[in-house]
Design a protein around this ligand. Structure first.
Ligand SMILES: [Fe+2]
Ligand SMILES: [Fe+2]
Length: 168
């Protein structure tokens, strides 16, 4: 038996980093449901949408800077797929941030919801399992950076939305 104890891989499903990411996905899903309910009341729906968009951008930025580099090392193909899905979602978000609450806006929100739902499923089914084998220390460090990034950030869309409404 070797004298030095080997560091064991952390349990992906139980580490707080993954709990946090799942929690943010749940929040986004909740916001989309709220939007569905309110979309006939344009002002409320637009406010709810701006919140979703801000949350989504923040979440995507954190994943790209903190979480995805480790994914790239472990599964480059999956990394590129996830990155492309973020790119498509961000393009839709940028268009939504320019748009007024009308039928096109609602249609784009629906497509964004579908894109995000597919992406979340893929993160659970493929990305999270690809992270198996990361050490607890690595996950701890990512979780710390995640919290710091979240604390230091005011979501762009919320800021923009506030400005738009004030100047309207
Ligand atoms: Fe993602
Ligand atoms: Fe995600």
């Amino acid at each position: 038996m070797p004298a030095t104890k080997k560091k064991s891989p952390a349990s992906v499903s139980r580490h707080p980093l993954f709990t946090t990411i799942r929690g943010e996905h749940d929040e986004v899903r909740k916001f989309f449901k709220q939007f569905e309910k309110e979309k006939n009341a344009p002002e409320e729906a637009h406010t709810a949408a701006m919140t979703i968009l801000g949350e989504l951008i923040g979440h995507a930025e954190r994943e790209e800077s903190i979480f995805y580099p480790a994914l790239k090392e472990r599964d480059e193909k999956l990394f590129h797929e996830a990155h492309e899905e973020h790119r498509v979602a961000k393009q839709l978000i940028a268009e939504l941030q320019q748009g007024d609450p009308d039928e096109t806006f609602n249609a784009k929100m629906k497509v964004l919801n579908d894109v995000i739902e597919h992406h979340i499923e893929e993160e659970y089914e493929q990305v999270f399992p690809a992270m198996r084998g990361l050490l607890r220390e690595q996950l701890d460090e990512m979780a710390e950076r995640w919290s710091a990034a979240k604390l230091g950030r005011v979501p762009t869309a919320v800021r923009e939305g506030t400005r738009r409404r004030r100047s309207a």
